[in-house]
Design a protein around this ligand. Structure first.
Ligand code: ADP
Ligand code: MG
Length: 731
């Protein structure tokens, strides 16, 4: 039987094992299994893992039996066997009911797998799966110094995977027959990389940890190169699309915008502006990401690009992630343009254009009118939410798509809007979450990148502090007192909570788009539900903030209610806005100077940075107070301290990458979705990713492209058609 990487596992393994691998681990082919790498390697006598395992973890440990005691159960018939196993650093109890394990004797070595439970303060495995290592058929494994421990499930244990892999590694003809190395020979030799068969052998059956390291270095290359080839191919394809040049024209809307701006552009805004102006002037569509600190003034940069496109006869669409934000953009841009934004109205300027807002909550008549303006081209600037993506929204001549706060939109949404142009429009994506270089090279690898580092001068800056509510309850009172002082001085404040409140259940999931760390790294086992807007607002009204004009804003309000709440706050009528993270993105009220974040530990690092970007947007200095019950010394407390200590978004983005699982960053954490990234680390493999990017670009720039590298071409094609490509879309 000829076996290749594509052979289904059902043909080489028993049906039960193959089914278990498919269902539990998503492994379908020989290649999938060979690329299912050990999570770690156990060595007899010196491994540490018993001490580290956490209650609730599903783990496999290698340990030695210390004692075995069997006694009858008190209240039931039958017996209870307690086995104590140890591994040098820790001990753990295994419990079996009515079980006889003849081989389970002191000094025996075995692998034990199960979910770690707790009984009277002691960790234990109840009824673990086990695999004793002193049987004859294990001699070969037993002799090895390093035993691979695989990601496993209840149905397919680590040792079953190990056996299956061993079977494949020893297949007739050896791995050399089975595996075609996709990596071009010259890349391999230039970077001193193992062949694929050698690397696979070493990662699954290493003798030393050096073997593992060299194997991993090679296998990471495959991941990095295939990924970068995919992205390089996308960039090339995009560069070949025929677009329409939208050259700058003097005396039009852009000049009017510049004249109307109440401030001077920063140097960064001017430079990026020139960059965009030049790219819009080319008939290749622009694909650019504009990243900039919170408050660095990206909106104005985008507006100027939109004005240039309008001046050239096209339309520009601005896609915002929330209705609140779309409404705010529309208000801001209309105010700035004045009569120039009301062409066709009585007091409008005939040389101007129309600024049209299109959101899901428009009433039928208003929606009809908006759609008509978009379709006949009288709306030069169209602002909206997801509603813009819907069918029935037809543009006369869409020249530029601006996507605000990209992290809430996927590539396919960008593409849906792009498809509404007669020819591919220019695309500008804006994000206020600074992006570490490796993420830029992967998740955003198909975009060119501009950066705004500078904040407009005259900003007061935000100082942040952690308020440890449990350790220093007095500080919470001081926080409210500070807030009152600011309000007394004419300023305004936000109080942010993780949850809406009132009802509990699935409707009241945290309003948390960024994925605050779900786990609790403080060892506190019982967590109360997160604080809720409605509860906190009530408490503040009747307590520390009594007498202040206080309102709430959250996702369960109707769009009209949200608009009213936001409008009243923007107008200064509301002094304190108690809100969920709906204020996270882009909300701009320059008079707001204080933000108190309740249960700050429930938010991610980038999210907190975003949140505090809502204050000190004017000339007054801002204050951000992160209230938490997390102990100061806990990892969570430390994380918050780091957020308080730096206002450098790039540094925080890196910290975020460290604390969030990398898979989340790549969007691969959703169950059953395979990312194609197994070993590559965005944090640690920056250099490798950069080198692979260079190699990928060079490979594709040659006349024959991948024609001489069928193995590589096949891997790239597989990634493109595979669900694995999803992570590029959903990030
Ligand atoms: P972000 O980059 O976070 O989206 P915005 O575009 O909302 O920031 O701008 C933040 C605030 O700064 C807005 O009130 C905007 O009008 C103001 N602003 C933008 N550019 C400048 C500038 N060059 N000088 C002063 N204020 C500016
Ligand atoms: Mg913004």
């Amino acid at each position: 039987m000829a076996v290749s990487m594509r052979t289904p596992l059902t043909r080489v393994l028993g049906p039960k094992t193959a089914t278990g691998m498919s269902e539990g681990l998503g492994l379908e082919t020989v290649g999938d299994l060979l690329r299912h790498y050990p999570r770690r390697y156990a060595t007899r006598g010196e491994q540490t893992d018993l001490a580290d395992v956490e209650v609730g973890d599903r783990v496999t440990v290698l340990a030695q039996v210390r004692s075995v005691t069997t006694r009858p159960m008190r209240n039931r018939r039958g017996s209870l066997t307690e086995v104590v196993v140890g591994d040098g650093s820790g001990r753990m109890k295994l419990v079996f009911f009515n079980h006889r394990h003849a081989q389970l004797k002191p000094n025996a070595w075995g692998m034990f797998a199960g979910t770690v439970g707790e009984w009277r303060g002691e960790k234990q495995f109840a009824h673990p799966d086990m695999h004793l290592l002193d049987g004859a058929d294990d001699d070969a494994d037993w002799a090895r110094a390093l035993i691979p421990i695989y990601p496993a499930t209840k149905d397919v244990s680590s040792w079953v995977i190990q056996k299956s892999v061993t079977l494949l590694l020893g297949a007739s003809g050896g791995l050399g027959e089975l595996v075609v190395d996709p990596l071009p020979e010259d890349i391999r030799s230039r970077h001193g990389l193992l062949s694929l068969p050698a690397a696979l052998l070493d990662i699954h059956r290493p003798t030393t940890m050096d073997d593992v390291e060299r194997a991993a270095a090679r296998l990471k290359w495959d991941e990095a190169l295939v990924l970068q080839l995919t992205l390089a191919a996308r960039r090339r394809a995009a560069a070949l699309e025929p677009g329409i040049a939208r050259p700058r024209r003097a005396g039009g809307l852009l000049d009017a915008v510049d004249a109307a701006l109440p401030f001077d552009l920063t140097e960064g805004q001017r430079e990026v502006g020139e960059e965009l102006a030049a790219e819009l002037d080319r008939d290749q569509p622009m694909h650019r990401l504009l990243q900039g600190e919170v408050g660095s003034g990206k909106t104005v940069v985008a507006l100027r690009a939109m004005a240039q496109v309008v001046d050239a006869g096209g339309q520009a669409a601005l896609l915002a992630p929330t209705e609140v934000l779309a409404g705010q953009h529309a208000r801001g841009i209309r105010a700035l343009l004045g009569p120039l934004g009301r062409a066709g109205e009585l007091d409008g300027d005939a040389d101007g254009t129309r600024v049209t807002l299109l959101t899901g909550s428009l009433k039928a008549a208003a929606k009809r009118q908006a759609l008509a303006e978009v379709a006949d081209g009288s709306a030069g600037i169209v602002i909206g939410t997801h509603a813009l993506l819907q069918q029935g929204v037809e543009f006369a001549d869409l020249g530029l798509v601006v996507v605000d706060e990209q992290h809430r939109f996927g590539v396919e949404q960008r593409d849906a809007l792009r498809a509404k142009g007669n020819r591919p429009p220019h695309v500008l994506v804006m994000t206020a979450t600074p992006i570490p270089r490796t993420v830029a090279m992967t998740v955003y690898g198909d975009l060119e990148i501009s950066t705004l580092r500078q904040l407009p001068s005259g900003r007061g800056g935000v100082s942040s502090s952690v308020v440890p509510a449990t350790e220093k309850p007095g500080w919470v009172d001081r926080a409210w007192a500070r807030l009152r002082e600011e309000v007394a001085a004419g300023r305004q404040a936000y109080v942010v909570c993780p949850r809406i409140g009132d009802v509990t259940g699935p409707d009241d999931e945290p309003e948390d788009a960024d994925g605050a760390p779900a786990g609790d790294d403080d060892g506190r086992s019982e967590r109360r539900p997160p604080l809720a807007v409605l509860d906190v607002a009530e408490l503040l009204r009747s307590g520390p903030l009594a007498g202040l004009r206080l309102d709430v804003l959250h996702g369960r309000l109707t769009p009209e209610e949200k608009d009213a709440a936001m409008g009243a706050f923007a107008a200064g009528e509301t002094q304190v806005l108690v809100a969920t993270t709906v204020v996270e993105v882009g909300v701009d009220v320059p008079n707001a100077t204080v933000m108190v974040v309740m249960d700050a530990d429930r938010f991610g690092v980038s999210q907190l940075h975003q949140l505090r970007g809502r204050v000190a947007r004017g000339k007054h200095p801002g204050l951000c107070l992160l209230v938490t019950e997390a102990p100061t010394a806990s990892p969570t407390g430390q994380r918050l301290a780091a957020v308080a200590a730096t206002s450098d978004g790039f540094e925080l983005a890196r910290l975020d990458l460290e604390t969030r699982r990398e898979g989340d960053v790549l969007g691969a954490a959703q169950s059953g979705r395979r990312s194609g990234i197994r070993l590559l680390s965005l944090l640690e493999d920056e250099e490798l990713i950069a080198t692979a990017r260079t190699e990928a670009t060079a490979l594709l720039a040659t006349e024959r492209g991948l024609a001489d590298h069928p193995g590589l071409a096949a891997e790239v094609a597989a990634l493109a058609t595979d669900e694995r490509a999803d992570y590029l879309e959903k990030a």
